[in-house]
Design a protein around this ligand. Structure first.
Ligand code: UDP
Length: 358
């Protein structure tokens, strides 16, 4: 079997890494990086740290939010598919790269597989939410991380084959957590004590492109009783600067460049809590048992909120302050994944699908 994986951003690399490894152990794997985020800080470092071979196809999708990006991505991906003729095309999560991959593969002689299928935040104004729905409905197989995601797919009558495989990020973390604890010097580098700081990330356009939301977030974080380390996404730094908020942010928070994946996981593991608008960070915090304060109005990881591990505070200064100041006991992930890894289950599901179609 030949399986082609499409990734384009750091969360996709984190999801694809255990799957790519499991595919290559038994089959032919081909990796395409669309270049949606392919600068050193946001992506290349992930390949290095996770020991992933360089992508066979490093494309260079424009690193901007223009709708034209979709057109060029699609054309490039169709060329790759024509050339490689894979049996399966795997896409991960909810980015434009994942959507372009699904569109490029749909209706062809191959199985389109969506890993991390069936998640919904219920907020159609988020581009990621539109991508999730479209990808699920374009795919031949939807591999779901949670039972709730399976239910959602059934409710939406997706025609794809649906199976519950678990969350690949959990597989990734099993390796990364111990490796990070051994190799990362981030706590010392930033002069931090375990449990005595808050980790923050903000990069969603809905927060960064709206001055009042961004200001409320900075003010809410600034009210934290514990120091806040803020590895800031380049988009966020640009907006803080444009909105004249950068000096205030630097005065109140420890604004640093984005950190590598091992350092990030180590900081997340050691933080008293994390304040974020990222999807991937909510997931990782849940598995690491770090309480998560989510600066969004909705989340696609609803189970983490139901279990008390995650609290939604929007971009509300008072709610952020309260969530950072009050003691609350975080719920934890349920049970172990068992002895079969999520990545192995994914490979089995793809093999079965490809066999069925042969
Ligand atoms: N991350 C990282 N360094 C940072 C910030 C985040 O390695 O400075 C990792 C984080 O652990 C997670 C991923 O980047 O695996 C999340 O990426 P992002 O927040 O850009 O995307 P989202 O999950 O919101 O789509």
């Amino acid at each position: 079997m030949k399986a082609l994986s499409v990734v384009g951003t750091r969360p996709e690399v984190v999801m694809a890494f255990p799957v790519s490894r499991a595919v290559r152990a038994a089959h032919e794997g081909v990796l395409v990086h669309t270049g949606q985020h392919y600068d050193e800080e946001l992506s290349a470092v992930f390949f290095e740290e996770l020991g992933i071979a360089d992508p066979e196809y490093p494309l260079d999708a424009a690193n901007d939010d223009s709708p034209l990006r979709m057109g060029s991505l699609l054309a490039d991906l169709r060329d790759v598919v024509d050339r490689e003729e894979p049996d399966a095309l795997l896409v991960y999560g909810d980015t434009d790269s994942a959507l372009a991959g699904a569109v490029a593969g749909a209706g062809r002689e191959l199985a389109v597989v969506h890993v991390e299928a069936g998640l919904r935040s219920g907020d159609p104004s988020m581009p990621e939410e539109r991508n999730r729905v479209l990808i699920d409905h374009l795919s031949d197989a939807c591999l779901a991380p949670t039972t709730e995601a399976v239910r959602t797919l059934a409710e939406e009558d997706v025609t794809a084959h649906v199976s519950l495989v678990g969350d690949t990020v959990r597989d990734s973390l099993a390796w990364t957590r111990t490796t990070a604890a051994r190799r990362s010097t981030a706590l010392d580098d930033f002069g931090l004590e375990e449990g005595e700081f808050v980790l923050a990330t903000v990069h969603r356009a809905g927060n960064t492109d709206d001055r009042s939301r961004l200001e409320a977030i900075v003010d809410g974080l600034a009210a934290s009783p514990k120091p806040v380390v803020f590895p800031a996404h380049p988009r966020t730094v640009r907006r803080l600067d444009e909105f004249d908020l950068l000096a205030a942010a630097r005065a109140e928070l420890r604004v640093v460049d984005p950190v590598g994946y091992l350092d990030f996981v180590h900081l997340l593991d050691a933080a008293d809590r994390v304040a974020t608008d990222s999807g991937g960070v909510q997931q990782e915090a849940f598995y690491l048992g770090t309480p998560c304060v989510t600066m969004r109005d909705r989340t696609e990881w609803t189970g983490t909120v139901e279990r008390g591990a995650n609290v939604l505070v929007g971009a509300d200064e008072a709610a952020i302050r309260e969530a950072l100041s009050t003691e609350w006991h975080s719920g934890t992930a349920d049970g172990a994944t068992g002895d079969v890894s999520v990545a192995d289950r994914i490979v089995e599901a793809v093999e079965a699908l490809v066999d069925d179609r042969a």
